[in-house]
Design a protein around this ligand. Structure first.
Ligand code: GDP
Ligand code: MG
Length: 187
């Protein structure tokens, strides 16, 4: 068995898009309906993917808006960023684009490109509540050269897929395992 690898991932996005719900669904395997939206919390989790063990640190941020100033800590030691918006909120889709710009400004200077994974949450909602289509999310991610997934914090499988995907994307940059293709289908 190879040595475990440590990976640190930050979860960013507008408030109430489901950053904490998605993270807790992955870490604890349950959907929590009310979680203090103002706190930043770091969760840890071990996961094995393709025979490789990973020690994950997940920084569940308190959320950002277009005026947020990113603390420098968001650029240190982070292996990847998961940018979350809700398919029920146009505002959250706009904010995720501003966040990406800011990340480019902050991290892009030091690195070639921040490694991002664009995730739309709330895909469990009915068509009537949806305002952002899967295609819109996908083409935004393509324009960033980022991976894209639709997920729901209510479904464990999709939440797990988000984090696995992020790790595989990071591996890809290191020349490791190949992740699957970007997909709009629910996994
Ligand atoms: N239907 C549905 N509700 C969600 C989903 N994700 C989060 N929520 C709800 O949205 C609210 C805000 O979620 P939270 O995780 O605290 O958002 P955060 O501020 O981004 O961390 C909570 O009431 C959650 O139960 C989802 O995928 N589907
Ligand atoms: Mg939260």
């Amino acid at each position: 068995m190879p040595q475990p690898k440590s990976r640190k991932i930050a979860i960013l996005g507008y408030r109430s898009v489901g950053k904490s719900s998605l993270t807790i669904q992955f870490v604890e395997g349950q959907f929590v309906d009310s979680y203090d939206p103002t706190i930043e919390n770091t969760f840890t989790k071990m996961i094995t993917i393709n025979g490789q063990e990973y020690h994950l640190q997940l920084v569940d941020t308190a959320g950002q808006d277009e005026y947020s100033i990113f603390p420098q800590t968001y650029s240190i030691d982070i292996n990847g960023y998961i940018l979350v918006y809700s398919v029920t909120s146009n505002k959250s889709f706009e904010v995720v684009q501003v966040i990406h710009e800011k990340l480019l400004d902050m991290v892009g200077k030091a690195q070639r490109h921040p490694l991002t994974c664009d995730v739309s949450d709330w895909c469990d909602v009915s068509l009537y509540s949806r305002v952002i289509s899967c295609e819109e999310g996908k083409s935004l991610a393509e324009s960033w050269n980022a991976a894209f997934m639709e997920s729901s914090a209510k479904e464990n499988q999709t939440a797990v897929e988000v984090f696995k995907r992020m790790i595989l994307e990071a591996e890809k940059l290191e020349g490791g395992v190949q992740p699957g293709k970007t997909s709009c289908s629910l996994m």
